[in-house]
Design a protein around this ligand. Structure first.
Ligand code: ADP
Ligand code: MG
Length: 618
C-alpha cells in the first residue's frame, strides 16, 4: 500500500510553478483549504438529508485549526468533519487536477498570457497552493461511508505522493502541514485569525483556532439591512465569489408575506467571471433556513438576469427537495416573482439616481437585457423601460426611451431611430439630414442585437418606433415639398439620374431626387416592399449567402458632387460619362457601407484608387 505514486504531469508542472515562483500572497493557501473543508461539510450536510447511513452522524460540523511549535517542527493542522476521502478518493482527488480553475491557470500560463506571479498573487489554485508554505503535507482522511477505512496521503511537493493506511478514528479530513521556515507564522493563532477574518469570515461553519471560534459565521442575509455596513456586504461578496471587483449593487431583501424570504443578491461589476471564481455557474445559492440545498439555482431569476449572484433563503422550502420539485414548486414561483421585481426595481433606481453606475451597468449587461426582449417577449414590458441608447442629442451619453419621449417636440409623432454599426456611422447617416434640420432627436441603434428586438418591440407609451430610412416617412413640412432647388439645370439633373439608373441597373429599385437630403449626396431608402433593414443586417451577419437588398437610390440634387457631374454630363465634356459611372458606383457602395449592408467593403479599394488618380491628374 505504501508504494510511491507519480503525480500526473500537469500537477508536477503546477507544483513547480507554485514552489519556485515568487508568490506575493501566501495567505491564499489557507483560504483554499478552508474553502475545501467548507465544501466537504456542505456535502456531508446534504448527504445526511437523504442518507441515514452515515458514520458519526452527530459529529459537530466545523473546522478546527491547531498549531504545533517545537524546536524540531512548526506544524499547522486543519481538520474538518466533512465527507472525508477513502484511499481511492485521495489518489483521485489529490493526484490529478480536479479543479478546473487550476487547469485554466496552467492553460493561461502556457499561452503566455500572464506571468505566474501575476496570477498567484491574486487568485487561488486549489489544494496545491499548500505547497507554497509546506515542506511536507499529510492528508489524513476517513470517509462518511461507514465501511470505508481511513488513509493518509503524503507528499513533499516533489514528483510523487504516497498513500498508506491510517488509524484515524473520526470522520473527516485532517491536513498536517509541516511549514517551511519562512512560513512559520502560520503556526501562530494570531496570524491565522487575521487571515481567517480577511478571507473566510462568512464561511458557514465555525472555524476554531486552538479552541476559540475565529470567524463570525453569520448569515449576513438574515441580518437587518440597517445593521450591515457596505464594507461587510463587499467582503461577503468577495468571500462568496473570489471576485475582487466591487459589485455594482447589492440587493438585501427580506419579507415574510406571502412567503418567508431572506435574500442578499449582487450585480457583479463584470459579466465574465474571473477564472478562479468560486462561482462556476449561473444561479443563486438556495438555502432553506440556513442549510444550503442548491449551490446554483437558476430557476429563481430569468435567463436575462442570470448575471445576478447571491443567496436566497426561505424557511418555507422543504429541506430534502430534489431539483425537479424545486423547479415545479408553487413556492418557488412566488419567490421568483418577488426576486425578479426586486432586482428590476434596483436597476431602475440605478438608472434614475446613479447615472455613472448605470452607464457601467448598461455597458456590461445592456445586451443581456435586450436578448431578454428577443427571447422572452412576455418580459418586454419589464425590460423596455430600462432600454438606453445614444442619440443624436445625447452627446455620446446614453438616454432612456422615456427621456427621449419627454424631449419630443409637439409636432413629432413617432420615436425615430437609425440602424448603424457604430455611433459615428449613425451620426453621419444621410437619413439624419431632415431630422437634424428640424432638430428632432434620433436614437442610435448600433448594437448587433438591436434589429432583433425590433421584431417584437414596436412602440413605447403609444408612440410608434419609426426607422428614419423608411421611404414614406411622414415628415411635416418636407413631405409635400418639391425636391430642394438645384444649381444645375433640370436637363442636367435628369441626365445624371438616368445615368445612375443605367449604371446601377438591377441593384436598385429606382433612382430619384430626394426631398429631404441636405448635407449628404445620396442615400439608400428602403422601399415599402421587402425593405426591412434590420433583417437585412441580421442576414449579413449570420448567413453565408447574403444578398444585398435592393434599395431606392435617392439623389441630393443640390449637392456639389451631383451638380458638378450633372453639368459635365450636360456639357458632354471628355470622359464625363466614365467618371460619372465610377462616382455613382462609389456613392452607391459608400451608402451600402453606411447602412451596414455592404458584404465586403474592401472590394471598393481599387475603385477608390482610380478616383484618386483622376482627382490628382494634372
Ligand atoms: P476544488 O476544490 O476546486 O475541487 P481543490 O484542488 O481545492 O479543487 O481540491 C481537489 C479535490 O480534493 C476536491 O474537489 C475534493 O474532492 C477533494 N478535497 C480537498 N479537500 C478536501 C477535504 N477537506 N475534504 C474532502 N475532500 C477534499
Ligand atoms: Mg478547492
Amino acid at each position: 500500500m505504501a508504494e510511491k505514486q507519480q503525480f500526473k504531469a500537469e500537477i508536477k508542472q503546477l507544483l513547480q510553478i507554485l514552489i519556485h515562483s515568487l508568490y506575493q500572497d501566501q495567505d491564499i493557501f489557507l483560504r483554499e483549504l478552508v474553502s475545501n473543508a467548507s465544501d466537504a461539510l456542505t456535502r456531508l450536510n446534504f448527504e445526511s438529508l437523504t442518507n441515514p447511513d452515515i458514520f458519526e452522524p452527530d459529529a459537530e460540523l466545523a473546522v478546527w485549526m491547531e498549531t504545533v511549535n517545537t524546536d524540531e517542527e512548526t506544524t499547522l493542522i486543519i481538520k474538518d468533519s466533512g465527507v472525508g476521502m477513502s484511499a481511492e478518493e485521495l489518489a483521485r482527488n489529490l493526484g490529478t487536477i480536479a479543479q478546473s480553475g487550476a487547469r485554466e491557470f496552467l492553460a493561461k500560463l502556457e499561452a503566455g498570457e500572464s506571468a505566474p506571479t501575476d496570477i498567484i498573487g491574486q487568485f487561488g489554485v486549489g489544494f496545491y497552493s499548500v505547497f507554497m508554505v509546506a515542506d511536507e503535507v499529510r492528508v489524513v482522511s476517513r470517509s462518511y461511508r461507514p465501511g470505508d477505512e481511513a488513509a493518509v496521503w503524503i507528499s513533499d511537493g516533489g514528483d510523487s505522493y504516497q498513500i498508506e493506511a491510517s488509524d484515524k478514528a473520526t470522520r473527516g479530513t485532517e491536513i498536517h502541514i509541516k511549514l517551511k521556515k519562512d512560513a512559520a507564522d502560520y503556526a501562530t493563532p494570531h496570524k491565522l485569525r487575521e487571515v481567517i477574518k480577511k478571507h473566510s469570515d462568512y464561511v458557514n461553519y465555525p472555524i476554531y483556532i486552538d479552541g476559540d471560534q475565529a470567524n463570525q459565521q453569520e448569515s449576513l442575509w438574515r441580518k437587518k439591512a440597517a445593521d450591515v455596513t457596505d464594507e461587510q456586504y463587499h467582503r461577503f461578496y468577495q468571500q462568496m465569489t473570489f471576485d475582487f471587483l466591487e459589485p455594482l449593487a447589492h440587493i438585501h431583501f427580506q419579507t415574510d408575506m406571502p412567503v418567508s424570504l431572506r435574500s442578499l443578491l449582487f450585480i457583479p461589476a463584470k459579466r465574465e467571471r474571473n477564472m478562479m471564481s468560486l462561482r462556476k455557474e449561473p444561479g443563486v445559492k438556495l438555502y432553506s433556513n440556513n442549510v444550503l440545498i442548491q449551490e446554483y439555482c437558476a430557476d429563481l431569476l430569468p435567463a436575462w438576469l442570470s448575471f445576478v449572484d447571491g443567496v436566497v433563503d426561505s424557511e418555507d422550502l422543504p429541506l430534502n427537495v430534489s431539483r425537479e420539485t424545486v423547479q415545479n414548486n408553487r413556492l418557488m414561483r412566488s419567490l421568483a416573482q418577488l426576486l425578479r421585481k426586486r432586482v428590476l426595481r434596483t436597476i431602475r433606481k440605478m438608472a434614475e439616481k446613479e447615472s455613472e453606475k448605470f452607464t457601467a451597468f448598461w455597458a456590461e449587461y445592456g445586451r443581456v437585457l435586450k436578448e431578454g426582449i428577443a427571447i422572452d417577449p412576455a418580459a418586454q414590458e419589464e425590460i423596455v423601460p430600462l432600454l438606453h441608447f445614444v442619440s443624436s442629442k445625447s452627446e455620446g451619453a446614453i438616454t432612456s426611451v422615456k427621456q427621449y419621449v419627454e424631449r419630443m417636440t409637439a409636432e413629432q409623432e413617432h420615436i425615430y431611430y437609425v440602424l448603424a454599426d457604430s455611433d459615428t456611422a449613425a451620426a453621419n447617416s444621410p437619413h439624419l439630414d431632415p431630422f437634424t434640420a428640424k432638430e428632432w432627436e434620433v436614437l442610435y441603434f448600433t448594437d448587433p442585437v438591436d434589429p432583433f428586438i425590433l421584431a417584437t418591440w414596436t412602440e413605447f407609451e403609444g408612440k410608434k418606433l419609426q426607422n428614419v430610412e423608411d421611404a414614406e416617412i411622414d415628415l411635416p413640412d418636407t413631405a409635400d415639398d418639391e425636391a430642394a432647388p438645384t444649381a444645375a439645370s433640370e436637363k442636367a439633373i435628369n441626365l445624371f439620374v438616368g445615368r445612375a439608373v443605367t449604371a446601377l441597373g438591377e441593384r436598385i429599385t429606382e433612382a430619384r431626387l430626394s426631398k429631404v437630403l441636405k448635407g449628404s449626396p445620396v442615400r439608400l431608402v428602403a422601399p415599402e416592399e421587402g425593405g426591412d433593414s434590420g433583417m437585412a443586417r441580421i442576414s449579413r451577419m449570420m448567413s453565408d449567402n447574403y444578398e444585398v437588398p435592393k434599395r431606392i437610390f435617392e439623389i441630393n440634387g443640390s449637392h456639389p458632387i451631383i451638380v458638378n457631374l450633372a453639368e459635365k454630363l450636360e456639357g458632354e465634356s471628355e470622359g464625363a460619362a466614365a467618371t460619372a459611372d465610377l462616382i455613382i458606383e462609389q456613392l452607391y457602395e459608400s451608402a451600402l457601407v453606411q447602412e451596414g449592408l455592404h458584404p465586403s467593403p474592401g472590394d471598393m479599394l481599387p475603385r477608390i484608387q482610380k478616383l484618386m488618380e483622376i482627382a490628382s491628374a494634372k
